[in-house]
Design a protein around this ligand. Structure first.
Ligand code: NAD
Length: 474
């Protein structure tokens, strides 16, 4: 398959074939699902080097280890988990029912929805395309994936590989920009999973509503990190800062669940910055040249980050570089920095940053932090570094976010036994593991009635027997 942008008509034709096949599928045996998952696994395993190189070409430079850790391993782990548990997930489950329904039997039959659409952003193009595809295929669906225009090398490669490992009506790839995205969302999918910005999420949901297509929206937003009054683990301030900095510099901060901004106890900003500088020096001894540090995806994104920093500094914020290396616009390497004394209303406090820039907010009392977070849109992730268990419980129960990792970053997204998704402005619905299977299945309730049914005694003409039955205890 070549890397072409399909016309609306060609796109519709691809979709129609896929959907027509899905209507003939019925239940889809475990053998078929497992075979598709095995092929998905081979696609990734056989080409992990080429996949890493293509993603790196799209970024200009993307750490090979980060691609392995955060994309390739994560996808392979997810497929392994599906292969281990999928057959159990798809079984009919008997459900209890009240004695009034005796002797009938109630059960749930999980069925494939049919044709699933997946829209992918550029920041983790493998994980965010094949992760949802894993869930959708495990649930017995056929899948059409629209990749981002900002990952053309990866897009061309995945289209070619998908055509090699799958029939086009099983799993296929569409490459293209905003127009293709619009045409894609207008297709009457049985379910659409969109990962991307909150702004585009609105448009996707509007478009899907024309077809009553259910959506899962995996969006972004501003995820806070809190250095607690007794920063954990075991009150180790430097370890907490190091972990937080890791979350902000991995993929150069271009991660939906990256800590967007951080709270520190009042008077601790200078200590935080010194500690963060040591962390960056330890991670990237030669930040200007190391292949461990990832570039910003495009000139436009680089300039946007610089403009956000300039805006904050123009309003009186102090910028503290975390590295001696300067940013390099030609190679789109953005040197990490902390912003302190940031004025309210600055862009870095209003927009998702999506880069290695960390505004610091000082606080006197943890309750102020909780109020600040609760007055804003629900974040996708929240990170709390604290060793006092009561304070941890207070923050966990008083705030609502897509997920939380305590005393580290990102980890709540790893285990396939946990759902992954946002809440409110950071998204709706979830996937990963069994949750992903349920997202892409219809849990069909089935009632099997034998020849005798207790409630058939309540037929007209209503008499004393019906009266007695209607007064039976619950
Ligand atoms: P984006 O919203 O600009 O684009 C995402 C995808 O939507 C791309 O494939 C794009 O071509 C397509 N698209 C753009 N306009 C469209 C339209 N009108 N209709 C249909 N499709 C359209 O996002 P991005 O810049 O690629 O990614 C960054 C954003 O994604 C950040 O906000 C980040 O937080 C979020 N994100 C969220 C998650 C998550 O799991 N919650 C993961 C990664 C990224």
């Amino acid at each position: 398959m070549t890397q072409t942008v399909p016309h609306d008509a060609a796109l519709s034709a691809m979709f129609e074939t896929l959907r027509a096949q899905s209507r003939k599928d019925g239940m889809v045996s475990w053998q078929t699902r497992a075979d598709r998952l095995s092929r998905l696994r081979s696609l990734v395993r056989d080409h992990r080097g080429t996949i890493g190189a293509a993603i790196s070409a799209d970024f200009g430079q993307r750490s090979r280890h980060e691609t392995e850790l955060l994309e390739i391993n994560h996808v392979l782990d997810g497929i392994h988990h599906s292969l281990q548990h999928g057959q159990r997930w798809m079984r009919t489950q008997d459900r209890k029912r009240s004695y009034k329904y005796w002797p009938g039997r109630a059960s749930i039959l999980p069925q494939p929805l049919g044709a699933v659409g997946v829209i992918v952003p550029w920041n983790y193009p493998l994980d965010l395309s094949l992760g949802p595809a894993n869930s959708a295929l495990t649930a017995g669906n056929r899948v059409m994936i629209k990749l981002s225009e900002l990952t053309p090398h990866f897009g061309a490669l995945l289209a070619e590989l998908a055509a090699r490992y799958f029939a086009q009506d099983e799993l296929c790839i569409v490459n293209g920009g905003v127009d293709t995205g619009r045409a894609f969302c207008a297709l009457p999918f049985d379910h659409l999973l969109f990962t991307g910005s909150t702004a585009v999420g609105h448009q996707v949901m509007h478009a899907a509503s024309d077809n009553l297509t259910p959506v899962t929206l995996e969006l972004g937003g501003k995820s806070p990190a809190i250095i607690g009054p007794r920063a954990g683990p075991a009150g180790d301030f430097d370890k907490a800062v190091m972990r937080l900095v890791m979350g902000k510099t991995l993929n150069a901060g271009q991660t939906c669940i990256a800590p967007d901004y951080a709270f520190v106890p009042r008077g601790q900003a200078a200590r935080f910055i010194a500690s963060a500088r040591r962390a960056v020096a330890a991670f990237y001894p030669s930040l200007a040249t190391t292949s461990d540090y990832t570039s910003i995806i495009s000139d436009r994104h680089f300039q946007r980050l610089q403009a956000m920093v300039d805006d904050a500094v123009g309003r009186g914020a102090q910028a503290s570089p975390l590295s001696d290396a300067a940013s390099d616009p030609a190679r789109r390497r953005f040197a990490p920095l902390v912003l302190s004394n940031v004025a309210p209303g600055s862009r870095v406090l209003e927009e998702e940053i999506f880069g290695p820039v960390l505004p610091l907010l000082e606080y006197d009392d943890l309750e102020q932090v909780i109020d600040y977070i609760n007055q804003r849109p629900r974040p996708l992730a929240l990170y709390l570094f604290e060793s006092d268990r009561k304070k941890v419980e207070r923050v966990l129960t008083a705030t609502v976010s897509g997920g939380v990792t305590v005393n580290d970053v990102f980890f709540h997204v790893g285990p396939d036994t946990l759902p992954f998704g946002g809440v409110g402005a950071s998204g709706m619905g979830a996937y990963h593991g069994e949750t992903g299977f349920r997202t892409f299945s219809h849990d069909k309730p089935v009632f099997r009635q034998p020849a005798f049914s207790l409630l058939s005694w309540v037929y007209p003409p209503y008499g004393r027997r019906a009266e007695r039955l209607l007064r039976m205890p619950d």
